[in-house]
Design a protein around this ligand. Structure first.
Ligand SMILES: [Zn+2]
Length: 192
C-alpha cells in the first residue's frame, strides 16, 4: 500500500517509506516527517541508495521510534479472540461480497505470516493475505481485502486504482494510518 512516489527501503524486516525531494541545496539531508523519510538532495543527485545504506541504522531507529509513539497515540486494541478459522471465514465472505460488487474474483486466496505487508496480489490472480490481519478490526480487514481485489483489475496504484479505493473508502487516509499503527503494535507483540 503506497502513496504515489513513495519508495520503500527494507531494514531488519521493516519497510521504511521514503520520498526523494530535489532542492537547490549543496548538501543532502535526511529528515523524518509523519513517519516518512524525506531524502532532500541537490538536483541531479543519484547516489541515494548508497546514502540510505550508510544511514540504515539511524533510519531504522528513527522509524521504529515514530511507530512506537504513533501506536501509543492511536490506542490500538488487538483482537486476540478471533481464531484463524473465524478470520478465514470472514475473509471468504468479504471476497464473495466484494467480488459481486466489482465483478472479479481471485483464483486463490493464500494466508501466511508476513512481516512487512498486509497483503499482495500476484499477476496470476492470486491474493496473499497476512494471517496476522486476524488481530485487526473488521473494517481494516475489509479495506485490505478490497485493496488487493482491486489489484485484480489494476495492478498498479494509478488513478483508476485510487478512484476505486476512494469511492468506497472515503476515510482511506485514516485507514492507512491505522494500518501503520497496527503493523507496529503487532511487531511489538511478536518481537518484544
Ligand atoms: Zn497495492
Amino acid at each position: 500500500m503506497t502513496k504515489n512516489n513513495t519508495l520503500f527501503i527494507e531494514i531488519n524486516d521493516v519497510e521504511v517509506p521514503y520520498i526523494i525531494k530535489f532542492r537547490k541545496i549543496k548538501y543532502l539531508r535526511l529528515e523524518f516527517k509523519d513517519g516518512t523519510l524525506n531524502l532532500v538532495v541537490p538536483h541531479g543527485f543519484i547516489e541515494y541508495r548508497q546514502v540510505l545504506d550508510r544511514h540504515k541504522l539511524w533510519i531504522y531507529r528513527k522509524f521504529v521510534e515514530y511507530k512506537h509513539k504513533h501506536a501509543l497515540a492511536t490506542e490500538i486494541k488487538l483482537n486476540s479472540a478471533r481464531t484463524a478459522e473465524q478470520f478465514q471465514e470472514y475473509v471468504e465472505s468479504l471476497i464473495t461480497s466484494i467480488g459481486n460488487e466489482i465483478e472479479v474474483f481471485p483464483k486463490k486466496v493464500l494466508f501466511r505470516k508476513m512481516n512487512t505487508k498486509w497483503g499482495s496480489c500476484s499477476s496470476k490472480g492470486n491474493i496473499n493475505l497476512n494471517s496476522r490481519l486476524k488481530f485487526l478490526p473488521d473494517r481494516l480487514i475489509e479495506y485490505v481485502v478490497f485493496h488487493e481485489m482491486v489489484h485484480l483489475i489494476e495492478m498498479n496504484h494509478g488513478p483508476r486504482f485510487k478512484e476505486m479505493i476512494y469511492k468506497r473508502f472515503h476515510d482511506h487516509q485514516n485507514l492507512e494510518k491505522q494500518l501503520r499503527s497496527y503493523s507496529f503494535a503487532i511487531m511489538n507483540m511478536y518481537f518484544s
